[in-house]
Structure formats: C-alpha cells, structure tokens
Design a binder for this molecule. Structure first.
Ligand code: MTE
Length: 314
C-alpha cells in the first residue's frame, strides 16, 4: 500500500494463532503522541476466539476456485485493516475490541427505498454461500479464502436503485476511541464500485470465512469482497452503502491517486508505479506465480470493461 513494498513472505513469517490470541499490543501512535497502546487496551476483552460461531448450512457456489485454500491461521493473522494498525499482525492483535453487535448498515442515496439493515436482517436476506475466491493484494501477495456470504446485488435490489445511480460508495466503521487516530488514511475508510460492478454476481456481501462468522480482523460483521480487484477495494466492517451519481473518491485514491486508481482491477500488464504487478507470492509458498488478468476472473468480468483503456482506467 502507500508505505509498503511488495510482500516477500516466507511461511515461517506468518504469525502463529497463539501469538495473536495472547497479544494485546497496539503500539501505534495515537493523535500524534508517542503513546504506546498497552495501557490503553487494558480492560478490553481479549482478542482470543470464543467458541467459533458456525454459519451453516451453506449452499455450494459455481464460482469456487479449485486451488489449495490458504490456512485459517494465515487468513486471520496476516491482515490489512489499517484502522487497527499498519503491521500485518496488528489487526488480529487489536481488532477484538470492536463490538460487532448491534450493527446496522445504512443504505442511502439514489434509491427508491432507503433503509437501515440490522446485521441479523442481512443474514436472512439470501442463502449463505461458500465462495472460495482468490484475494490478490496490491502488495503482490495472494491468498485463497473460503468466504461466506451472498451477492451484494441481493441487498441492493431491496432498496431499488434509481436510474441516476451510477456508483456505490462503501464506508467502514470508524471509532477513534478504539482505532488508529493517526491520519494514515482519511478515516473513515471509503471505497467505491461502479453500480454494474457492485451488482455483479461475484461481488460478495461477506459475513464469514471458513464456515464461521468473520473474525474482527477480517472485517466483521460484514464486508465487501470483490475478487477481481486488488484487496483494498474490499472494504471491511461497513456501516454505510451509498448510491451516487459521480465516481466516489476512495481513501486510497485520496491518499495517492497516482498509485491507487478507482478501478484497481488486478492487471498483470499495469504496474504499480513502484513495483511490478506481473507476479505474486501466494502466502505459504516460496516461489512466485504469475498474476492472472482480473485475478483469473476474466471470463466473468472482462465484458464490464470492454472498450476501456485499462492503462488509463487503472
Ligand atoms: N477495509 C478497511 N476498513 N480498512 C483497511 O485498512 N484494507 C484493505 C481491505 N479492506 C482495509 C479494508 C486491504 S489493503 C486489503 S488487502 C484487504 O482488506 C485485506 O483483507 P483481509 O485482511 O481480510 O485479507
């Protein structure tokens, strides 16, 4: 991302689960002061996983990739969730303090029926599916994750998008009392999609992984997963979905438009200004593998970009 170089991660570098379950550290600077987080976190609930909450039964999906899944431990301890710190292990250590119930997602803007959905209402909107997707980060690492969710389209149809709605903006929860106050990004975290991208059956409103509710560090209780785009397009812990006419400015684009464009489709032919995007390291593997156009989902999504210059619309 903004301050990182592409990952070059050996399997041994992945934080063991025991470590994150025990740790309470959050040594990020708050409000410009060099305040270590240890004291701040005293008294907050442990980040240890309580009894896992199963999300079953799940309907099978035709979109599952047939590649080895990244182990649960890596999926849940090697994260980007900058509100909880900028090191990969920070979210697992620190996000446990976020209360994920009650939780409401407001859907507003250019819709016929704006409304708020309680998380329990969301869970009942459509059958939950297991979707085994590749996740390709702009930092040039990738994973294969068995998400649980259903197409975002099922929720968007409930609010009846108006003809003038062309884009969808996603806004993440931000609570400066428990999250990083240092302006690494302009909080709250914001991302956006074109409406047709948001309505695409691959775009998942995600509530779980590995058959269980989402761990906080992965964006509990509800996040977006857009498998053909770089990981940062998949906003976590969302509280607002807004349908708008103009292309929304995401937090990453605002931070550095030359490095993070609105589309951010996985594209091995368009390099990040500071590194190549032609290869990636699958977490847990030693050698690099070639990055696939649209992260391997070209058959499903290439038509969305027909006639567009993808060097220009990166
Ligand atoms: N959403 C929020 N709110 N904050 C973040 O920092 N990071 C993004 C994305 N969603 C991020 C976020 C990035 S850079 C990536 S790669 C993915 O989440 C990582 O998702 P994961 O940790 O579940 O693998």
């Amino acid at each position: 991302m903004l301050i990182r170089r592409p990952a070059d991660i050996a399997p041994s570098e992945i934080t063991p689960r025991a470590l994150f379950e025990d740790r309470r550290r959050f040594l990020q600077t708050l409000s410009g002061g060099a305040v270590a987080g240890a004291a701040l976190w005293a008294g907050f609930p442990s980040t240890a996983r309580a009894a896992p909450q199963k999300l079953a039964p799940l309907t099978p999906s035709p979109f599952n990739v047939k590649e080895d899944k990244t182990p649960y431990k890596a999926v849940t301890t090697y994260n980007n969730f900058y509100e909880f710190g900028t090191d990969k292990e920070d979210p697992a250590a620190n996000a446990g303090v976020m209360a994920t119930r009650p939780w409401t997602v407001k859907v507003e803007g250019l819709v016929g029926k704006p409304r708020s959905f309680d998380i329990d209402e969301i869970l009942k909107l459509a059958p939950l599916e297991e979707r085994i997707y590749r996740l390709r980060c702009v930092e040039a690492w990738s994973m294969v994750i068995p998400w649980v969710g259903f197409p975002l389209a099922a929720l968007l149809k409930q609010v009846e998008p108006q003809g003038s709605a062309k884009y969808v903006e996603f806004i993440s929860h931000y609570d400066p009392k428990i999250m990083l106050r240092r302006p690494v990004l302009d909080w709250p975290y914001r991302e956006g999609l074109r409406l047709d991208e948001a309505m695409h059956p691959l775009t998942l409103l995600t509530v779980g992984l590995y058959g269980e509710v989402l761990p906080n560090q992965n964006g509990a209780p509800v996040r977006i997963v857009v498998p053909w785009k770089y990981g940062f397009k998949s906003a976590k812990s969302i509280v607002t979905i807004r349908l708008v006419e103009r292309e929304p400015v995401s937090s990453w684009t605002q931070a550095n438009a030359a490095e993070y464009g609105f589309y951010s489709n996985v594209n091995p032919n368009v390099d990040h200004p500071r590194w190549t995007q032609s290869k990636e390291r699958r977490i847990g593997e030693f050698s690099k593998r070639p990055t696939l156009m649209f992260n391997g989902y070209a058959d499903q999504v290439a038509r969305l970009y027909q006639g567009m210059d993808l060097q220009k619309y990166y």
